[in-house]
Ligand binder design. Structure first.
Ligand code: R5P
Length: 311
């Protein structure tokens, strides 16, 4: 028997593309909901199966996380032999430590809940931190969208373009892009003022007269990229900045915010449903092949390569 794919409602189009790439039919799943809002997803037969529950936990994060937990629990109670949670975008990953006294560690809570529901391992695309596995009691495989996004960026990127990390946390990611695209790396120092506002500090690297591509694992409000783009403009980078990110949440008016800052091209993966980005040329690249490859390998008990997702 091949892998059995169960899809939540977090990104049905991606789940369908993954099952198509695997050449299998999804397990029927009825996304029931009570009149009071409780979810009660009902899965079809999975007894004895090697089950992969595909569900990103993007906005509304709590809703999608609870649905994922319930799907995993339903598969366990229905007799699945092995359950892997395939979470293309893992919400709460940024809460990998207490951000201030009195704050929770949301990543730990979400992971513990998943394991307690019955998940025996996880697959997460480009998590906010590769330290996610250290927070988890089960293996976390981390395939990456970088080769897919870099391939989309490459044809239209001027020679000598500089790859820019918009904060220190994105340096490793920027190095991955740079090794695939060629070109130097620059880094912007960032200080977060609030959930929707960041202050960009100095820039390390030379961007004057160069095209720039800003890379990040995720774009939420757009504040981080906006601040980096303004620093680049002030340092003489060529206009019409390109941005690449794996997870495009683009909450609120993030798309318009990026356009106003001078972002012209936005290349993202399809880990989440298509966001709105008025004024920006948005290109979505599918990670269905990446996830199907990961699921196929896990099903055959093969290695995925570097667990930290380095290409
Ligand atoms: C933070 O360290 C992340 O890597 C992203 O830079 C951040 O979460 C993006 O959020 P926003 O778009 O709201 O600035």
């Amino acid at each position: 028997m091949g892998p059995r794919v169960v899809a939540g409602t977090g990104n049905p189009a991606l789940a369908a593309a993954v099952t198509a790439a695997l050449g299998c039919e999804p397990v029927p799943c009825e996304p029931r909901r009570s009149p009071d809002g409780e979810r009660e997803p009902v899965v079809g037969p999975v007894r004895g199966g090697d089950v992969y529950v595909v569900q990103p936990t993007g906005p509304p994060v709590g809703e999608h996380l609870v649905e994922l937990l319930l799907l995993v629990d339903a598969c366990r109670r229905a007799g699945a032999a092995r359950i892997t949670a395939v979470v293309p975008y893992f919400g709460y990953a940024r809460q990998d430590r207490r951000s201030r006294p009195g704050a929770p560690v949301g990543a730990r809570v979400a992971l513990d809940a998943l394991v307690s529901a019955g998940a025996q391992r996880l697959v997460v695309v480009d998590p906010h931190t590769v330290g996610l596995e250290a927070t988890s009691g089960v293996p976390v495989e981390m395939p990456t969208a970088v080769p897919v996004l870099a391939a989309a960026l490459r044809p239209a990127l001027p020679a000598g373009a500089v790859v820019v990390a918009p904060d220190l946390g994105a340096v490793k990611l920027a190095e991955r892009y740079a090794s695939s695209l060629g070109g130097p790396v620059a880094v912007v120092r960032k200080q977060r003022v609030s959930a929707e506002e960041v202050r960009a500090g100095e820039l390390v690297g030379d961007v004057a007269g160069r095209a720039a591509v800003v890379v990040d694992d995720m774009i939420s409000t757009g504040a981080t990229v906006e601040a980096a783009v303004r620093v680049l403009a002030g340092r003489g980078a060529l206009g019409g900045i390109t941005v690449a990110a794996t997870h495009a949440l683009l909450v609120g008016d993030a798309g318009a915010r990026l356009a106003a800052a001078g972002v012209r091209r936005l290349v993202v993966a399809d880990t989440l449903p298509a966001p709105a980005a008025p004024g920006v040329a948005l290109e979505r690249c599918s990670v269905a092949g990446v996830l199907a490859d990961a699921i196929g390998r896990l099903h055959r008990d093969e290695e995925l390569g570097d667990p930290a997702g380095r290409p």
